[in-house]
Design a protein around this ligand. Structure first.
Ligand SMILES: [Zn+2]
Length: 238
């Protein structure tokens, strides 16, 4: 039977995971516990709810791995079976607030997130074509995200989720329509990394929108208008 599990962000988890209190206002039960208290709670939750997941080499992974699966609402997070429970707990702890801040449309564009200790075997290729590139923290674009080198990194779910959202909107990671039009104005991309390609411009704009919408509205109004409408209007195609 499929375990529906680990609703760390949900308000009704208090009776399922002992030790997590439900705060008065938001559903972020885990946020009310201090770091020393909550890590064992997450580890316990992993023990209760993780189940065997897929086996394979995803995106830039060189060799296949077996993964554990943990459900987060409608996303599945997959942890390499070489990861310790403590590493899994650290990742969940670092990323769960990122996940909760995402607009619904962005969150729903990603179905599976994989965390691997491997690096992206395409890094040399990307270094050769992107001037602003060091090494891959993560990759997205096909409704999955793969996080490399033990992840997790700040902004990971927003930027890679942005590639997945572009793919859902345009059928490929390179945006067209109103976003492409906004990008063809004199307004510059929101970051240096966004100058690498229109697809990166879009992913960076999505991440910027989630992290600092007020600043984006002031400094990048053309991109802001398109991204905000994408997030607010589920029928808008961008
Ligand atoms: Zn990217």
């Amino acid at each position: 039977m499929r375990v529906r599990g680990l609703k760390i962000g949900a308000a009704n988890h208090a009776e399922r995971i002992p030790g997590i209190q439900t705060p008065p206002r938001s559903g972020l039960g885990i946020g009310v516990l201090d770091i020393e208290t909550r890590r064992p709670v997450i580890e316990q939750a992993i023990e209760m709810h993780a189940r065997p997941g897929p086996i394979g080499a995803f995106h830039g992974m060189s060799t296949p791995e077996s993964f554990w699966a943990v459900d987060f609402d409608r996303q599945q997070w997959h942890f390499s079976d070489s990861a310790t429970k403590g590493q899994m707990a650290r990742t969940i702890e670092a990323l769960h607030s990122q996940r909760d801040r995402q607009p619904t449309r962005l969150r729903e564009a990603t179905k599976r997130v994989f965390f691997t200790a491997q690096h992206n075997h395409d890094d040399d290729y990307w270094r050769s074509i992107y001037p602003n590139f060091g090494r891959s923290g993560a990759t997205g674009g096909d409704s999955d995200i793969v996080a490399y080198d033990h992840g997790p990194r700040p902004g990971l779910l927003y930027h890679e989720g942005g590639h997945n959202l572009a793919n859902a909107l345009y059928g490929e990671i390179t945006p067209r329509g109103h976003f492409a039009a906004a990008a063809s104005t004199s307004e510059r991309p929101v970051s240096a990394y966004g100058t690498n390609a229109l697809s990166e411009d879009f992913a960076e704009a999505v991440a910027f929108y989630v992290e600092d919408p007020d600043r984006m509205k002031a400094e990048f109004p053309a991109r802001f208008k398109v991204i905000r409408r994408i997030m607010k209007d589920g029928r808008y195609g961008g």
